[in-house]
Design a protein around this ligand. Structure first.
Ligand code: MCN
Length: 769
C-alpha cells in the first residue's frame, strides 16, 4: 500500500484560480518528491525474501501447431527451479471478461498449443536469478508445424473482414445526398499499429501464503485484475490482494491480467515461493497489443458555400485471430459537425497478431484523424478557411444523440486559440509561406473525448490527531489522483492539504472502476467530496451536541472549520483544533464511505458489476445531455524543402475540460497528450514483417517516439466552464482529450506548407519527397 503524505512545501503560489491548496489551486504533485528521491516504490520493485525469477518463452511463429517442446537442457541449467509448458501447467478456470461475459466453463491454459501470433506464451523458465532464467529460457527448443498466416491489414489474404453491426450509424440518406452534392471529396485515411511504450515494463510479483494470494502489479484496474486472478485460481475475491501503488505509464495498457501473470502466479504456487516475471522490451511489442492499425474511407458532400450535406464513412481495424477489438472509428466523426445525412459502417479484420487494445483515446484518436483531415480537404475544395468551415458546420447539439451538449466551449476554443496563435496571419494558399528553405504551414484540427462515468467509492476518515485519511482502490499513473483527492478532502473538511494522507492502489481499499476513459478525476473527487462533507458534518454534529464538547454550552447550531480549527463563526476566539475536539468527545476516528453515483450502487452484485466489468459505465449521452470534452489545436510546422523533414515549431491548444481540479496538473496532462500526438503524427509505426508476421522494430531504438528535441513550445489554454451534468464538482475528462486532433492538425499544416496531402500516419520524409 502506498501512502502519500501531503507536504504543502511543494505548493506553488496560486495563480488566482483558487487560493492556497484548495481544489482548483495549482499545487505540484504531492508524490513528486518521493519519485525524485527514488522513495516511491513501484510494484515491480517490491522487495521479498526468497524471490525466484520467471522468464517467458514466446512463440517466434505467427501461426502453427506446436509439435514438441524440448525442455531437458533448460531444466538441467544452473539455478533452474521449474520449466513450465502446456504439459505440466496447473489446471486453471476461465475468467469473466471485461464486458462481464461469464466464462464458458472450459479450463484456461496460459500456454499455447496452437499459436496464432508471434509473442504468444509457450513456455516459461523459473530460476534463482534473472540471469539464470534468461540463459535457460534460450535453451527451450520448440518444434512447430507452421501454417499460413495473415500478417496485417495489408495482407492480400486479410480480405475485407467482418462487419460489426453496432458500429453502423445512419441518419437521413447519405448515399442520395452525396450523389446530389455539388462539392464532394472522398479519400482513404490510415493509421498504423502504435504502442504504449511505457517506461515501466509489464510484469508482476506473486506470492502465496496458504490460500491468500498477493500480487504486486502495475494496474489501472485493480478490481478487474484481482477478480481475474481469483477466478483463474478458484479462490474467493477477498483472498486476492492486488497492490499497485504507482504505475510507470499505462496509457491504456496494464488494465487486464495477462497470460504471463497467470504463469507467475502458477509458478509461485508450484514452488511455494514468490516469483517475479517482467516482460522484456522486445517481448512487449508482440505480446501486448497497442493501438490497432486502421483504415477509413470518408466521403463528404457539401453545397458550394461549404455547408455539409452528407458524411459517409467506411472503416476497418485489425483484430487478432481469437480475440475481438473494435477501434471505434465513428466516435468523433459522428458528433463533430452538423450534417443532415450520415452513414458509418465498420469491419474488423482478423490477422495473426496479438489482440490490439486501448491506447490513449482509443477510437476518438483515429476517428478524428479521418474527419479532421477530410474537413480540411473540403475547406480547400470550397475555398473556405479551415476555421471558417468548422464554424459554418458547427454542431449546436449532438447530431447523433440529438441531445444538447452539457457544455461545449469549442467556439471559445477556436476564438482564443486562433488569436493566441495568430491564425489570421496565415496565407491560405499551400506552399505560400516560407523562411529560406523552410516551408511553413499552419494547421488546425479539433479533438474530443467523451465524459465517462462509473460509480467509484472512497472512504474518508478524520483521525484522533486531526489528520484526514482518504482511501480508495483507485490509482494514480502519473496523472495526479493523489494530489487532487488530498485537495478535495482538505477543502471540504477545512484542513490544509498537508494534513491529508491519500491511500490508493490496493484492492483491500474501497473499490473503484477502471482508471481509463479519463474518468477517475471526476469520479473520485466526487466520492471524496461527498464523504469528506459527511465526515465534516458528523464532526460538527459532535461539537454541537456531545456533552464533552466545549461548544455544547454555547447552544449554537452553526460552527465553522478552517485550517483544522473549529470555531463559532464570526467569533474572535480561535476555537479548538480537530484533535482537541476528538479528544474531548472521546473519538478515535470518524469514518464515512461514499460513492460518486449512489443511485447505481444497490447491492453486492451491483458493486461487482460496476467495479470489475465495464458494464456499470454510463454512456456520455445518458439522460438529458451529451457530455464531451473539446479542444482546438493550432500547429505550425516547418518542412525542409530539400530533405522533407518535418519539425513542429509551435503548438497552441485551447481546451474545454470543464472545471479544472488542479490547473497545473491538467496542463501537464494536456501537454503529455500533445507530445504523444506529435510522436504519433511524425514517428510512431509498428513495422510488420509480412514473411514472419512480427513487429520488427520491437525496441525503443527502432520504434521511434518523440524525445525532448522533437517537442517545441506548447501553449495550452483552458476555456472550460464548470459542467454540473458531467461530474459532482463540474470537471470533464482531461487525460485523453489533448492527443485527439494533434495528428490531423500536423497533417493539415504539412499540406499547407508543402501542398502535399499525407493521409497515412506517420508523416515521414519519404512520403513527402
Ligand atoms: N484533472 C483536472 N481537472 C479535471 C480533470 C482532470 O485537474 N477536470 C487532472 C488531475 O490531475 C487528474 C488528471 O488530470 O489526475 C487526469 O484526470 P482524468 O482525465 O480523469 O483521467 P484519469 O485520472 O482517468 O487518468 C487516465 C487517463 C488515461 S485514460 C490515460 S490513457 C492516461 C492519462 O490519463 N495515461 C497516462 N494520463 C496519463 N498520464 C501519465 N503520466 N501516464 C499515463 O499512463
Amino acid at each position: 500500500m502506498s501512502l502519500v503524505e501531503a507536504r504543502s512545501k511543494h505548493a506553488d503560489a496560486s495563480d488566482g484560480t483558487a487560493a492556497g491548496t484548495a481544489l482548483g489551486a495549482r499545487i505540484s504533485r504531492l508524490d513528486g518528491p518521493a519519485k525524485i528521491r527514488g522513495a516511491a516504490s513501484y510494484a515491480l520493485e517490491h522487495q521479498l525474501a526468497n524471490l525466484a525469477y520467471g522468464v517467458a518463452v514466446q512463440s517466434t511463429l505467427a501461426a502453427g501447431r506446436i509439435r514438441r517442446i524440448e525442455t531437458k537442457a533448460a531444466e538441467a541449467a544452473p539455478g533452474v527451479l521449474l520449466v513450465l509448458t502446456a504439459d505440466n501447467a496447473l489446471r486453471l478456470n476461465a475468467a469473466t471478461d471485461w464486458l462481464g461475459t461469464p466464462p464458458s466453463g472450459a479450463p484456461y491454459l496460459p500456454f499455447a498449443r496452437e499459436v496464432t501470433h508471434v509473442g504468444q506464451q509457450v513456455a516459461a523458465v523459473v530460476a534463482e536469478t534473472l540471469e539464470q532464467a534468461t540463459a535457460a529460457a534460450a535453451l527451450v527448443k520448440i518444434d512447430y508445424d507452421p501454417q499460413p498466416h495473415i500478417a496485417s491489414l495489408d495482407d492480400p489474404r486479410a480480405g475485407e473482414g467482418m462487419p460489426i453491426d453496432p458500429m453502423t450509424i445512419e441518419w437521413g440518406d447519405a448515399e442520395t445526398a452525396l450523389a446530389a452534392a455539388p462539392v464532394r471529396i472522398e479519400q482513404e485515411y490510415r493509421t498504423p499499429r502504435e504502442y504504449h511504450a511505457t517506461i515501466e515494463p509489464h510484469g508482476l510479483i506473486a506470492q502465496w501464503e496458504g490460500d491468500q494470494l498477493t500480487v504486486w502489479e502495475p494496474s489501472p484496474w485493480i478490481a478487474f485484475m484481482a477478480r481475474t486472478y481469483s477466478e483463474w485460481f478458484g479462490i474467493p475475491f477477498e483472498n486476492v490482494r492486488l497492490v499497485s501503488p504507482y504505475i510507470g505509464g499505462g496509457f491504456g495498457s496494464k488494465a487486464f491480467a495477462y497470460d504471463f501473470g497467470a504463469i507467475a502466479v502458477m509458478a509461485a504456487r508450484m514452488l511455494g515461493r514468490p516469483v517475479k516475471v517482467a516482460l522484456t522490451r522486445p517481448q512487449l511489442f508482440n505480446a501486448i497489443g497497442g493501438r490497432a492499425a486502421t483504415r477509413q474511407t470518408i466521403a463528404l458532400g457539401a453545397d458550394r458555400t461549404g455547408r455539409l450535406l452528407a458524411i459517409r464513412q467506411r472503416g476497418a481495424n485489425e483484430t487478432s485471430i481469437d480475440g475481438m477489438w473494435v477501434e471505434v472509428l465513428n466516435s468523433a466523426i459522428s458528433i463533430m459537425y452538423a450534417t443532415p445525412n450520415f452513414s458509418s459502417r465498420q469491419n474488423v479484420v482478423r490477422v495473426n497478431a496479438v489482440r490490439p487494445g486501448a491506447l490513449r483515446a482509443p477510437g476518438e484518436n483515429p476517428s478524428a484523424f479521418g474527419i479532421e483531415c477530410a474537413i480540411d480537404e473540403l475547406a480547400y475544395a470550397t475555398g473556405l478557411d479551415p476555421l471558417e468551415i468548422r464554424l459554418l458546420n458547427y454542431a449546436e447539439q449532438d447530431p447523433h444523440a440529438r441531445k444538447p451538449w452539457s457544455t461545449r466551449q469549442l467556439r471559445e476554443a477556436f476564438a482564443v486559440g486562433a488569436k493566441v496563435f495568430g491564425w489570421s496571419k496565415r496565407n491560405p494558399a499551400p506552399r505560400s509561406m516560407r523562411e529560406g528553405r523552410q516551408l511553413i504551414g499552419y494547421g488546425l484540427a479539433v479533438g474530443t473525448y467523451p465524459v465517462r462515468r462509473t460509480p467509484g467509492e472512497a472512504r474518508v476518515r478524520i483521525l484522533a490527531d486531526g489528520t484526514v485519511e482518504v482511501a480508495s482502490a483507485s490509482i494514480d499513473m502519473g496523472t495526479g489522483t493523489y494530489t487532487i483527492l488530498a485537495q478535495t478532502a482538505a477543502e471540504a473538511i477545512g484542513v490544509s492539504v498537508e494534513r491529508v494522507q491519500v491511500k490508493l492502489g490496493d484492492s483491500s481499499l474501497p473499490p473503484s472502476p477502471v482508471g481509463g476513459g479519463s474518468q477517475l478525476a471526476g469520479l473520485m473527487t466526487g466520492a471524496v467530496h461527498k464523504a469528506a462533507l459527511a465526515a465534516r458534518d458528523e464532526l460538527i454534529g459532535l461539537a454541537i451536541n456531545h456533552p464533552g464538547s466545549p461548544f455544547r454550552e454555547k447552544q449554537t447550531n452553526t460552527l465553522a472549520i478552517a485550517d483544522g480549527r473549529i470555531a463559532l463563526p464570526r467569533e474572535e476566539s480561535a476555537g479548538v483544533t480537530i484533535a482537541e475536539l476528538m479528544r474531548r468527545v472521546g473519538r478515535d476516528s470518524i469514518e464515512v464511505l461514499r460513492d460518486t453515483l449512489p443511485e447505481t450502487v444497490r447491492s453486492a452484485e451491483d458493486r461487482f458489476r460496476n467495479y470489475a466489468t465495464i458494464t456499470g459505465m454510463l454512456s456520455p449521452s445518458e439522460g438529458d445531455y451529451s457530455r464531451h470534452s473539446w479542444c482546438a489545436h493550432f500547429i505550425e510546422v516547418r518542412v525542409d524543402e530539400d530533405f522533407g523533414t518535418v519539425r513542429v515549431a509551435r503548438v497552441v491548444s485551447a481546451l474545454d475540460s470543464g472545471r479544472l481540479y488542479n490547473p497545473k496538473l491538467a496542463e501537464s496532462q494536456w501537454k503529455g497528450g500533445i507530445v504523444m500526438g506529435i510522436s504519433q503524427a511524425l514517428l510512431e509505426e509498428g513495422v510488420v514483417d509480412p514473411r514472419h508476421g512480427r513487429v520488427m522494430n520491437n525496441n525503443l531504438g527502432d520504434y521511434l517516439i518523440a524525445t525532448n528535441a522533437d517537442i517545441p513550445e506548447i501553449q495550452v489554454i483552458s476555456v472550460g466552464i464548470p459542467d454540473p451534468h458531467s461530474s459532482v464538482l463540474g470537471g470533464k475528462g482531461v487525460g485523453e482529450l489533448s492527443i485527439v486532433g494533434v495528428a490531423p492538425a500536423i497533417a493539415n499544416a504539412v499540406f499547407h506548407a508543402t501542398g502535399k496531402r499525407v493521409r497515412e500516419l506517420p508523416i515521414t520524409l519519404e512520403k513527402l519527397l
